[in-house]
Design a binder for this molecule. Structure first.
Ligand SMILES: Nc1ncnc2c1ncn2[C@@H]1O[C@H](COP(=O)(O)OP(=O)(O)O)[C@@H](O)[C@H]1O
Ligand SMILES: [Mg+2]
Length: 251
């Protein structure tokens, strides 16, 4: 078996007395979707924030390509190829679709590129932004204010902004949240296309999407991993049935 691109070892995050992420050890492989499911408050978003560097862990390790990245800033982690989309949108609505994407692409530039060769760097940034919009099917909408996009299209733009940083690892926190069935199907198709070139963490409540995409599935409850395995094994697990699957999530 090939080595995991991203791996956590006994990762913990405490908020005061609350262990939001508790001794979590997981692996993420290239060209695979690792879905993390669990009820509200299970620690899924906190886990995502630890992996992206938006939050600092209380203890444990995070290895990217075998190197511990647990102390690095979110910018550093992004520059090393980990891209994140947020549960709550990160889009700046008055700016155009293209501008949102361009700003995201710019954030990935090494600082030397930002100052030494601005013209060259700028062209590169423009290309990345265009490429990312094409990838998600929004190439024709670049000059529109982001506010004019539908909810589903805004979620696609969110993915494009993540792709503009050319990540190898994609951390997606509920990319289907609030979508109708048509938009959901389009997003699942997009994630399917992205799978062969990324290691993906997919936090998602839509079980049809999860089972359509996941190669590996982890169930979190109260900050802990309840179970982790193939989608078939998880579907068959009595403990998971009891704790989560089949129980409707209150919205
Ligand atoms: N910044 C924070 N400060 C204090 N508690 C937090 C913070 N972020 C999350 N929590 C708590 O941590 C637990 C896990 O939250 P979260 O990771 O958002 O869960 P999920 O994404 O699975 O719904 C919850 O009990 C939540 O209230
Ligand atoms: Mg969450």
């Amino acid at each position: 078996m090939t080595e995991a691109v991203l791996r956590t070892e006994r990762l913990c995050k405490h908020f005061g007395g609350l262990a939001a992420v508790n001794e979590v050890s997981l692996e993420f492989f290239s060209d695979q979707v690792h879905a993390v499911i669990g009820p509200n408050g299970a620690g899924k978003t906190t886990l995502t924030s630890l992996l992206s560097g938006d939050l600092r862990c209380s203890s444990g390790c995070i290895y990217l390509d075998g190197k511990d990245i647990a102390g690095l800033s979110a910018d550093r982690i992004s520059q090393r190829g980990v891209g994140r989309s947020y549960q709550k949108t990160n889009i700046f609505l008055p700016f155009t679709v293209f501008e949102n994407c361009r700003i995201a692409a710019q954030s990935r530039l090494p600082s030397s590129m930002r100052f030494i060769r601005p013209a060259l760097a700028y062209r590169e940034v423009m290309r990345e932004a265009e490429r990312a919009l094409e990838q998600v099917g929004l190439a024709g909408r670049g000059q529109e204010p982001a506010a004019t996009l539908s909810h589903g299209e805004q979620r696609q733009l969110e993915i494009a902004m993540t792709l503009a940083t050319r990540p190898r690892v994609l951390l997606l926190d509920e990319p289907l949240a609030g979508m109708g069935s048509e938009d959901s199907a389009r997003m699942v198709e997009l994630l399917q296309q992205l799978k062969p070139s990324h290691a993906m963490l997919l936090v998602e409540h839509d079980m049809d999407a999860v089972f359509a995409l996941a190669d590996r599935l982890t169930v979190m409850v109260d900050g802990r991993v309840l179970e982790s395995g193939t989608p078939e094994a998880i579907r068959a697990s009595a403990a998971v049935q009891e704790a989560y699957l089949g129980v409707e999530e209150p919205q």
